[in-house]
Design a protein. Structure first.
Length: 252
């Protein structure tokens, strides 16, 4: 359903740290408008559609929101991302707890296979995880991903930690921190998932990619793909050019 997100201001730049804190709160016009926009768009490249529950949907009914979005987005997406790791929707990260996660992934896989049969195409489903996981929680999530045959893991979302930016103006704002200060933590989680999954599930590295060297480090930690956002805010499209023209990526 459409929702306005959190009150403004909800986006804060920490320029000297090449970081951003956001507490957007999934502000959007709803899945029906998204579907209409995608159908109208001329873009014909790879399209990932990220879905999450509404802020006022209790966790015990969260699966209904994900299934509703998935059903409507499936035919249009190259892949679908199950976002259970944003820190800006109350209770959302609780869906990473193993019992909740198991119930959600069971329903998602059943829906995915039913939609494959209906549309005669298989659309991969990835799960986006938080960087603020302890070892036991990460291991339990990895086992659940293998059990339910998840197609990909995106590591990671933004962090609630403020490591390295404590002295920066605005660092005490509530929300998820992205950009350069997230790089080490997100890459560590990426590496741990690579080990826990034994390379059986593709990984997408996200979090703090601000240079070609950062992108290379994500691949060295186990990623098959990388995503970036905050790096584009500070460096613009030149960042993408630097990455794809880097000698390491040309050779590999």
């Amino acid at each position: 359903r459409p929702q306005p997100g959190n009150p403004r201001p909800r986006l804060f730049r920490l320029k000297k740290a090449q970081a951003i804190i956001n507490r957007m709160g999934f502000n959007n016009k709803g899945i029906d408008v998204l579907v209409a926009n995608v159908k109208r768009a001329r873009y014909r490249g790879i399209l990932g559609i990220n879905i999450g529950k509404n802020f006022d949907t209790p966790n015990e009914k969260a699966v209904d929101d994900y299934l509703a979005c998935m059903q409507k987005a499936y035919a249009l997406a190259s892949y679908i991302v199950i976002n259970i790791s944003s820190p800006n929707t109350k209770g959302l990260r609780e869906l990473q707890n193993i019992d909740e996660l198991d119930r959600l992934l069971t329903a998602i896989k059943e829906q995915q296979l039913a939609l494959q049969k209906l549309h005669q195409k298989y659309v991969p489903v990835a799960v986006k995880v938080a960087p603020d996981l302890d070892h036991d929680q990460l291991e339990a999530m990895a086992n659940a991903f293998l059990k339910h045959e998840v197609d990909g893991v995106i590591a990671t979302n933004t962090t609630i930690a403020r490591t390295g930016v404590e002295q920066h103006s605005g660092s005490r704002e509530t929300g998820g921190l992205s950009g350069a200060p997230l790089f080490a933590a997100s890459t560590n989680i990426l590496r741990q998932f690579n080990d826990a999954l034994s390379a059986k599930i593709p990984l997408i590295g996200a979090g703090g990619v601000c240079s070609a060297g950062d992108a290379r480090a994500k691949f060295e930690a186990g990623a098959q793909l990388v995503q970036l956002y905050t790096g584009l805010i500070y460096r613009g499209p030149q960042l993408v050019r630097d990455i794809v023209q880097n000698e390491h990526f040309k050779r590999n």
